[in-house]
Design a protein around this ligand. Structure first.
Ligand code: ATP
Ligand code: MG
Length: 393
């Protein structure tokens, strides 16, 4: 079948009451954005609870479906034949043509479900079901009708035009990007943080990201890996502004001044402070990390509490109760795993103590941080001001 158009199904946004149009418009915008880079000259329109993407030229079917499968908010992608209303006999002929071209092997059971959005149409839905069933059976005697559990459910929607479709390719679900504000993802080169960003973005949140880079302890390749991860996540979220903060001086200063078993936790507190300052500058409403209870010393409840204490913005930790394997499964699904496991050093691992505190005490950590008071504010300011911004598409 040479499809020209797609019907886009969305679920949750259908129930948003008065604000429904905002969600629909955001979805239309995201679909348009994603398809405009592909061949096909697509126009995306909405019409009474339906979104259509229609091509004006030839396109690569798999490429378009793949692009649509990266748009949050879509639950189903239905390739469809959309025809003008040229009379009932024409509809019958078009349905026969559709079945003929869409299914090579006609050995299936089917059911026709017609819906008449246009109540002026001269034939009622039940009659359309029966008549179309009959023409299909006549044209393709190998087919059979099964109204309870059909292999092929052929939908015929009679509206302004007529939509004929029978296949639904699953979309990613979630909510359209741009409907839930913006958040700052602390993006490292690991497995967890790209997954955390993906999960929050799937609820409609626009992402910005911050990466703490510690040259020469961390290499350009380690940075490139983070850029690559941001680009992979951006396939779902749209462009991500990545802030690369040079963290070396701060880390060395902490290393010189503070007890080594507290290094990780103090470093993490500075990461959060800096990420939050950039977040506020960019109008982000929250921070996102890939933390998960008990994964490492800095992710005990005590450590999470001490890290959290420096933040004013809410910190979203979507993976907090996930097992590692479940996180890995998502990273495989969203295609970040292979990049995440490339073996480049991480700034946390280089400065990590042999026996980091696992139950830090907030007062003690705050005491240790007073040893930094001479230079740290200036260093934080410089780190923020000299950050490199990379647009990841
Ligand atoms: P990940 O797999 O995401 O790197 P992790 O298991 O290695 O996580 P940590 O190193 O303790 O765990 O980091 C916890 C979280 O802190 C990360 O998920 C990320 O959100 C943030 N983070 C850690 N290192 C960095 C970094 N260099 N730059 C930005 N964020 C970081
Ligand atoms: Mg890490």
């Amino acid at each position: 079948m040479n499809y020209r158009s797609f019907l886009i199904k969305y679920a949750e946004i259908g129930v948003k009451g008065k604000n429904r149009y905002l969600f629909e418009d955001a979805l239309v915008k995201q679909i348009h954005h994603r398809l405009k880079r592909l061949e096909g000259g697509f126009t995306v329109t909405k019409e009474a609870g339906r979104i259509y993407a229609e091509a004006s030229e030839a396109f690569d079917f798999d490429e378009v479906v793949n692009a649509l499968q990266h748009v949050f908010g879509i639950v189903g992608i239905c390739p469809m034949l959309q025809i003008e209303d040229n009379g009932y006999e024409d509809l019958k002929a078009q349905v026969v043509r559709y079945i003929g071209e869409a299914y090579e092997n006609k050995n299936f059971t089917f059911k026709v479900v017609a819906r008449r959005g246009n109540k002026q149409y001269p034939v009622v839905s039940d009659q359309i079901n029966r008549d179309l069933g009959e023409v299909i059976l006549n044209a393709y005697p190998e087919t059979r009708v099964d109204v309870h559990n059909p292999d092929v459910l052929l939908r015929v929607e009679v509206r302004h035009k007529i939509n004929i479709f029978s296949e639904t390719i699953p979309g990613p679900g979630g909510m359209p990007i741009g409907t839930a504000g913006k958040a700052m993802l602390l993006l490292s080169g690991g497995i967890d943080s790209p997954v955390a960003g993906y999960m929050v973005a799937k609820r409609g949140v626009t992402l910005e990201a911050t990466y703490f880079h510690a040259p020469p302890y961390t290499s350009e390749r380690a940075k490139q890996k983070v850029v690559d991860l941001a680009k992979l996540v951006a396939k779902y979220t749209g462009p991500i502004k990545l802030n690369v903060v040079n963290f070396t001086d701060i880390q060395l200063y902490i290393y010189d001044q503070c007890p080594h078993d507290e290094l990780t936790i103090i470093m993490r507190r500075y990461m959060m402070r800096i990420a939050e300052a950039i977040a506020k500058e960019s109008d982000c409403l929250a921070l996102i990390t890939g933390e998960s209870i008990g994964q490492v010393a800095s992710q005990t409840l005590q450590s999470l509490g001490v890290t959290n204490a420096v933040c004013e913005l809410p910190v979203m930790r979507p993976l907090i109760a996930f097992d590692k394997q479940d996180i890995v499964d998502i990273s495989l699904k969203i295609d970040t795993y292979e990049t995440s496991v490339l073996p480049y050093e991480d700034c946390c691992t280089i400065f990590v103590a042999k026996h980091p505190v696992t139950k830090p005490n907030l007062k003690r950590i705050e005491m240790s941080e007073t040893k930094l008071s001479e230079k740290i504010d200036e260093m934080v300011k410089t780190a923020i001001e000299t950050r490199e911004v990379i647009r990841c598409i």
